[in-house]
Design a protein around this ligand. Structure first.
Ligand SMILES: [Zn+2]
Ligand SMILES: [Zn+2]
Length: 104
């Protein structure tokens, strides 16, 4: 499990609701955390799946960890994988790819 800046954020990231399987359908779900990109976003409840990326925690005000989106694409490229065409290795579908980088 990833550590987050504060309890409020951790609670939001680990959100679950008995009535809604989909966070976009749940009015109480506020944050969407992308594990593979390490990105935080505010869910916009407009009936779709819109998200606004945030750099600071709305609750404690701390700067959130930097997005790893660019590195994610760089790493795939380094391995000769095309994210749009090829099947993604399992570790690139969550935060595991970051852990494997740290071990190198
Ligand atoms: Zn709900
Ligand atoms: Zn926080």
């Amino acid at each position: 499990m990833t550590d987050h800046c504060c309890e409020a954020m951790t609670g939001q990231v680990n959100w679950h609701c008995d009535q809604h399987d989909d966070p976009f359908a749940c009015p109480d779900a506020l944050i969407r955390f992308s594990t593979k990109f390490q990105e935080y976003g505010l869910i916009i409840h407009d009936g779709g799946t819109s998200i606004i990326g945030i750099d600071f925690c709305p609750w404690c005000g701390r700067r959130l960890p930097e997005s790893q989106r660019d590195r994610w694409f760089d790493e795939l490229e380094r391995r000769g994988i095309d994210p749009w065409e090829d099947q993604l290795p399992a570790e690139f579908q969550d935060a595991s790819w970051l852990a494997s980088l740290r071990q190198e």
